[in-house]
Design a protein around this ligand. Structure first.
Ligand code: LIP
Length: 291
């Protein structure tokens, strides 16, 4: 098995360097533009940091490929091949960044042969560096991470997001999901505003599950391996194998909790990240057989 440790260390170092730009801008006035909805924001800092990260990686590894949130927003297609590929969200939690809500992360995942080899999530306001390398464990600022192992849904804290969608169908589906979980009941539902940091809470054991519909591969590619390496499970919301391009995910402390959530929540189909952008399909269906 190839050793990607030097690539991981390079990724951690450029995430730390780029975080200085984000942190400086965090305290300043920002120019905000909208993407897919009135709640899907982007700033010049998102775009600048992604360019800096990609340029630094390309300089070090000229043959590697990239999937970056802002490159895709500028028209690049999402294509995960067998080639070494860096999957980058330069600022995960852009709404938080704009509002100075202190949960903002740089998320970097590295994939070879369509398998994630390592993930880095730097929650930069908190100065929390989460990382994991396939087969070598998950860490927070160098300390090992372990998921809670909780198997009883009624003893769970569940993290989720409403996301940027503001159409009635998406909002009613997502609020109904929260209602259904609260009525089980679960101990609590939380949302930090960044998928990457949300999901890392499962790796710390501080939350027992995270689920989301509508996020993108760059939001969760890194945190998925961090949860898995911390002993958690990651799957699709319909209970099938995790597919980072599907825009649906459940990460949990145990298979039992993940499957319970899969049976309770409903999903609405959205265009896959790797689908032709013109083929957007939106509509609530009982993807899990729920009406
Ligand atoms: C964000 C996600 C968050 C979701 C937001 C947005 P971004 O990513 O991390 O979970 O609720 O709608 O998608 O756009 O800040 O990189």
């Amino acid at each position: 098995m190839a050793d990607w440790t030097s690539y991981l260390n390079f990724g951690i170092s450029i995430a730390k360097q780029a975080s200085e730009i984000v942190l400086t801008a965090f305290h300043q006035q920002k120019e905000v533009t909208l993407k897919s909805s009135p709640a899907d924001l982007v700033t010049e800092t998102d775009q600048r940091v992604e360019k800096i990260l990609i340029s630094a990686i390309r300089n070090q590894y000229p043959q590697h490929r990239f999937i970056g949130e802002e490159s895709v927003a500028a028209g690049e297609r999402v294509e995960l091949t067998d080639s070494p590929t860096w999957i980058i969200d330069p600022i995960d939690g852009t709404v938080n960044f704009v509002h100075r809500f202190p949960f903002v992360a740089i998320s970097i995942a590295f994939s070879v042969n369509k398998q994630t080899e390592f993930g880095i999530v730097y929650s930069l306001v908190e100065d929390k560096m989460f990382h994991a390398q396939r087969g070598r464990g998950a860490f927070l600022n160098g300390q090992p991470l372990h998921a809670s192992g909780q198997e009883d849904i009624n003893r769970c804290v569940v993290v989720t997001e409403i996301g940027a969608e503001r159409d009635d169908l998406a909002l009613s589906t997502m609020t109904t999901n929260i209602f259904r979980l609260l009525k089980l009941p679960v101990h609590g539902v939380r949302a930090l505003g960044t998928a990457a940091v949300d999901m890392c809470q499962v790796a710390t054991g501080g939350a027992d599950a995270y689920y989301h519909i509508g996020m993108h591969c760059w939001d969760i590619a890194a945190s998925a391996i961090i949860v898995q390496e911390a002993g958690g499970v990651v799957m699709d919301t319909d209970g099938s194998k995790f597919d980072m391009m599907s825009r649906r995910v459940i990460a949990a402390s145990s298979t039992a909790v993940a499957h319970h959530i899969s049976q309770v929540i409903q999903a609405f189909p959205c265009r896959r990240d790797d689908e032709d952008p013109s083929k957007c399909v939106c509509g609530a269906t009982g993807v899990n057989g729920l009406s």
